[in-house]
Design a protein around this ligand. Sequence first.
Ligand code: WT7
Length: 651
Amino acid sequence: MPEIHSLLLEKRVFKPDAAFAKQANWGPKKVAELRRLAARSPERFWEKMAREHVSWFKPWRRALDWKPPFAKWFVGAHTNVSYNCLDRHVTGENAWRRNKAAIVWEGEPGDSRVLTYGDLHREVQKFANVLEAKGIKKGDRVAIYMPMIPEIAIAMLACTRIGAPHTVVFGGFSADSLRDRILDVGAKLVVTADGGFRRGKPIALKAAVDEALTGAPGVASVVVVRRTGEPVSMREGRDAWWHDLMAEAPASCPPAKLDSEHPLFVLYTSGSTGKPKGILHTTGGYLTHITATTHAIFDLKEDDTFWCTADVGWVTGHSYVVYGPLANGATTVMYEGAPNEPGPDRFWSIIAKYGVSVFYTAPTAIRTFIRWGDEHPNRHDLSSLRLLGSVGEPINPEAWIWYHRVIGKKRCPIVDTWWQTETGGILVSPLPGAVAAKPGSCTLPFPGIEPEVLDAEGRAVKAPQGGFLTLRKPWPGMLRGIWGDPARYKEQYWSRYEKVYFTGDGAHFDKDGYLWVMGRVDDVMNVSGHRIGTMEVESALVSHPAVAEAAVVGRPDDLTGTAIVAFVTPKTGAHANANLREALRGHVAREIGALARPAEVRFTDALPKTRSGKIMRRLLRDVASGRETVQDTTTLEDLSVLARLHAPDEA
Ligand code: WT7
């Protein structure tokens, strides 16, 4: 297990401000009551959340059906996610929200659009009709590969309206990655755009879709939003423009009454093998979980302007850009581009311009802002901010303090939220009006959530000892499986311990019951808050004609948290030089996407292996971060390999 004592040096505690606590959606008294209820029965607690935060067409017969590792929540109930995000804000007692801003969007070039709940309700119904006209029926999968423009939310909500599970593929992924996901999920239709703007340039997306579809005959239709205006090729009979289809689409499409366990979306994430896992989330439980956590943790009020900076291609964007805020009838901000376009103050100018009051970003971004300098946020009026959030990886206490001081002006509580693609929504976080923060700790579990830190034998360890972070009880937003692969679902999450969910993270509790997450314990790297499997990058490297063998590891990096270092054995006759090094970095970026591009490529004539031939990545991690190996090397097949790896290569 990673060392834990450095974290224990962190002694600072930030109590909730009395004025904040007083106005909080969940103040200290309410939190104490809810914790008591949840301690008696997590199911009763979640039923209360489901009643208070979600509208149902038909009530559930039972809160939970738990046959480990398979859970069903709100059994027998009917609901619809788009109904909860739209219809209930434009009809009945909340009908006044029809003219409230739902999405405040800013494009990278500086163009902007505001969609009210009335606008969004209309556009989503029209696009749902477009999907149906293209033959998409309940249960059919739709792939979405788009920039951060309002149409991505419209497309997702339209899918939920008719019960077509969506799979959003991050626009930074390559054509090959897109094809893998389209094939795995069996998508029939792809929604995309000609491209999007990033760092002042149009980035093509439609071209990647065309390439992906060369090997995906199951896709019958492609709908293309015109965003950049760059030329694209449109294939007759398959491809159509969004605006043409929308101009013809009927205005009304009633929401399908879907079973609580109807598949809502599949989102791919990295595991420790080369094949991404399609994480399946369903309807009623997920909606309950993200709606309640958005309300309680981000403390959203009717007049808040909430900005979660994540791309909708990640789970954070699903749960806290689109579904959580909209289900709460809140105003959610979307920004298309890079944080330093045209200058390093873009985020702060957006906060000032729209009066953002609740801001949710990632430690990797915070570290970048620290490096760019305080003068950029200091030039802007950030007085609208009242609450800050962090997600994606452990936040270093010093970054937390900077965020608190320079962005929050020491006025704003910070919620450090721990969760995963698999958990659907936040599981551990301060409740900002009721829980004191300690920089670097995600603090206490949400009511109804009971994480346990276990040793290798499955025994709960005593604080402050470290161990594996696990969950024994199901929660409503939990994944329901890996798409098409129940065996892998069991193996991946439920095999280390019997009937216990294994998160893949190492963690420890302190004497106050605060949770400190120490990072991944498997071969999965966390780069800029996103998981990347070592196997995926290795497979990409080995697919290059000059490569015989490859191993990748993460090394600590000030900015991205982890930087990828690739150890590559070239094929005989290949020239291990700077050209090949650059070619390999580019090759990985093309195969997987730019975020998987190795920061460093090192050539080696051999990799350290166990006698059974397993690559010893833990030794490579030492080499990559320039540490002397103090680990056990007795199982190493050829000890001289290690010495040679420590010597810098020539090329
Ligand atoms: C992994 C999940 C969930 C949204 C973004 C990432 C790490 C996430 C925290 C946090 C410490 C964190 C964990 C987790 N992580 N949030 N607040 N403190 N670590 O989603 O790609 O599914 O990655 O991110 O290691 O297991 P993801």
